[in-house]
Design a protein around this ligand. Structure first.
Ligand SMILES: NC(=O)c1ccc[n+]([C@@H]2O[C@H](COP(=O)([O-])OP(=O)(O)OC[C@H]3O[C@@H](n4cnc5c(N)ncnc54)[C@H](OP(=O)(O)O)[C@@H]3O)[C@@H](O)[C@H]2O)c1
Length: 242
């Protein structure tokens, strides 16, 4: 199947490692071009090199910074003069229970995880061509709480509803909006979460996922091949939420 990604341009925030980088790699392997972001300039430069400079540009940007979305979209326009879609992604919130997490940590997580995604989606939607596609990287916590990840449990369901709201509102412009809900995919973050959260639940496929398995789903959802898919919450979790 041809995904129709050749020469399309996507913003991938949090694209220097983990799920975001895997999606950037899947998109560029299919002929798309990407603007990736991350806070660490060294990792950003290395990721752009690995993806290949002709197909990748990098912007050092923090999702918590209100200017970041404009800078990412500006980079896509300056370099390729078009924008076809975005993976709205970034670092996840800290582990901790409601009883433990301070107001300050809630506020910082909200700024980065929630408001960062809202701002990115707003700016990207304003700049997307018709037939554009946006996908939020959320978590299975949008469906059901994950023990010990209470900030995620609090913020992701709201973003899921925002995604569905935007899918409804933007449909008349031909813009599709979806959410991807990773379960347990092996990245640096998985190591951090494993250290702070008791393991619960069963994965019917009997193993954790690989970033590439998540990325293939994301590349399809972002591509014109998924032209009638919008407003969906798509688990990529080996059946864990089945
Ligand atoms: N992996 C899983 O199994 C899993 C499961 C459920 C949900 N998720 C969610 O999926 C998202 C990606 O997870 P991951 O496993 O790929 O995480 P990861 O391995 O920690 O990678 C996070 C990426 O986002 C960037 N980033 C972090 N904070 C940022 C910020 N404030 N602004 C801009 N970029 C930022 C990081 O680069 P810098 O550090 O240089 O900024 C890196 O490129 C997270 O929101 C996570 O909660 C993951």
């Amino acid at each position: 199947m041809d995904l129709g990604l050749t020469d399309r341009v996507y913003v991938v925030s949090g694209g220097t490692r983990g799920l975001g980088f895997a999606v950037a790699r899947a998109l560029t392997a299919e002929g798309a071009r990407v603007v990736i972001s991350g806070r660490n300039a060294g990792s950003l430069a290395a990721a752009v090199r690995e993806l290949g400079e002709p197909r990748a540009a990098g912007v050092a940007a923090d999702n918590a910074d209100p200017e970041s979305p404009e800078r990412l979209v500006g980079a896509a326009m300056d370099r390729w003069d078009r924008l076809d879609g975005a993976l709205v992604n970034g670092g996840g919130p800290p582990v901790g229970s409601v009883a433990e997490v301070s107001d300050d940590i809630w506020r910082r997580s909200f700024e980065s995880v929630f408001l960062g995604a809202v701002r990115a989606a707003r700016v990207i939607a304003d700049n997307l061509a018709g037939n554009g596609s946006m996908a939020f990287v959320l978590s299975t916590s949008a469906h059901a709480p994950i023990p010990g990840l209470d900030i995620s449990n609090g913020l992701r369901p709201g973003l899921a509803m925002l995604m569905r709201t935007m899918a409804t509102g933007l449909g008349s412009r031909g813009i599709r909006v979806n959410a991807l809900l990773p379960g347990r995919i092996l990245t640096e973050r998985t190591g951090y979460v494993d250290a702070g959260v008791p393991k619960t639940g069963v994965i019917p496929l009997g193993r954790s996922g690989e970033p590439g398995e998540f990325a293939r789903v994301a590349a399809f959802v972002l591509s014109p091949a998924a032209s009638y898919l919008s407003g969906a919450m798509i688990p990529v979790d080996g059946g864990a939420t089945a």
